[in-house]
Design a protein around this ligand. Structure first.
Ligand SMILES: C[S@@+](CC[C@H](N)C(=O)[O-])C[C@H]1O[C@@H](n2cnc3c(N)ncnc32)[C@H](O)[C@@H]1O
Length: 329
């Protein structure tokens, strides 16, 4: 989306009346999901998750939030570099690696810091026990990104860094029988890699076809493609938002908890960006009133009505009910 398009679309205003709010205020805003940068709030973020009439769960403002303000930051549950970026971004946090002096290498992969290297040690120990050549070839040949996220999830689960049900709360995509059939090849290759590496049965017992399919169904709807904009917090938000669309390509993909509850709007009042690594920032794009639903845009909003509806229906499985679509704009 161009800067022009962002400005143009920001004049639309969408408001969904929540059916009711969940009893628990600030559900899902854990310390690991809330702000950690210099601009982040000291208290919990000014949001809560509630229900809408027609778009499932959603994020609502619990107070007025000014245009351009930081709503909250979020650490990924799992982040994974794109296959083409393995040599140029940190294997854990996806920060761009500038030169060899900045790299901390460990068993064929590079990190941006000793801290990232240490934090990745658990799942990387698991990963390096197996031979991933067939699985990686499969992902490369088909240009699949999401099975790589499931592979990393598996290694994190086996290492004890994540629990088997860590993504269960997220909404899954409805997968056709044809899609499930295609997914089975990846499952077979992943399972074989662990089996050939002699992992104990109890360590990989969670890795059933059903679990694998369920993870891919959730990742399909909830994973974010990460484009780093490399700016600073003080920079004009619209410039950063435009830069994130025009940047040179995804450094990887990641799944978050709280950001996964933001619904889509073709004229959003909030925006998600990544400055230097997979830590996400959610900012408002205009003034948001207390009780208003916060929505981000999942796609390129500069497209026309028909194209947007097609992408949202085929890619995310829903018919968009935002004010802009209702007016057929
Ligand atoms: C990333 S999830 C957002 C959170 C989700 N509502 C939930 O309950 O977990 C995306 C899903 O939310 C629903 N959704 C998001 N934006 C929508 C919209 N503009 N119109 C209708 N449904 C929407 C769709 O079911 C979509 O697949």
């Amino acid at each position: 989306m161009s800067r022009f398009a962002l400005v143009r679309y920001s004049r639309y205003f969408s408001r969904l009346n929540p059916l009711h709010y969940l009893n628990k205020p600030l559900l899902f805003s854990s310390s690991s999901d809330s702000g950690r940068d210099s601009e982040s709030q000291t208290g919990p973020p000014p949001i809560r998750v509630g229900l809408t009439e027609s778009a499932g769960r959603a994020v609502f403002a619990t107070r007025r939030i000014g245009a351009g303000d930081l709503i909250h930051t979020a650490k990924p549950v799992v982040a994974c570099p794109s296959l083409l970026k393995f040599d140029s971004v940190c294997y854990l946090c996806l920060k761009k690696l500038m030169g060899s002096s900045d790299k901390f290498e460990d068993r064929g992969v590079s990190y941006c810091s000793q801290e990232c290297l240490e934090n990745a040690k658990g799942f990387h120990d698991v990963e390096t026990r197996a031979d991933w050549s067939s699985f990686s070839d499969y992902c490369r040949t088909h240009n699949f990104k999401y099975p790589l996220i499931v592979k990393r999830l598996c290694c994190m689960i086996i290492s004890g860094a994540l629990s088997v049900d860590c993504l269960d709360i997220l909404q899954p995509a409805a997968l056709s029988a044809e899609m499930i059939k295609k997914i089975e090849d990846g499952y077979g290759l992943l399972w074989n890699a662990f089996r050939k590496a002699n992992f104990k049965d109890e360590d990989v017992a969670f890795l059933t076809k059903q679990w694998y399919t369920g993870m891919l169904a959730r990742i399909r709807i909830n994973a974010f493609r990460i484009d780093l904009v490399g700016g600073s917090c003080g920079e004009d938000l619209l410039s950063l938002a435009a830069a994130s669309v025009e940047s040179e390509g995804a450094v990887g993909h990641a799944v978050y908890m709280l950001p996964s509850f933001y619904n889509h709007d073709c004229d959003p009042n909030a925006h998600i960006i990544w400055l230097e690594n997979a830590d996400a920032r959610l900012n408002t794009l205009r003034d948001v009133e207390e009780g208003e639903e916060l929505r981000i845009c999942y796609i390129d909003a500069s497209m026309g009505y028909e194209a947007r509806q097609t992408i949202l229906s085929q890619g995310f499985g829903f018919c968009c009910n935002c004010a802009r679509c209702e007016s057929r704009d």
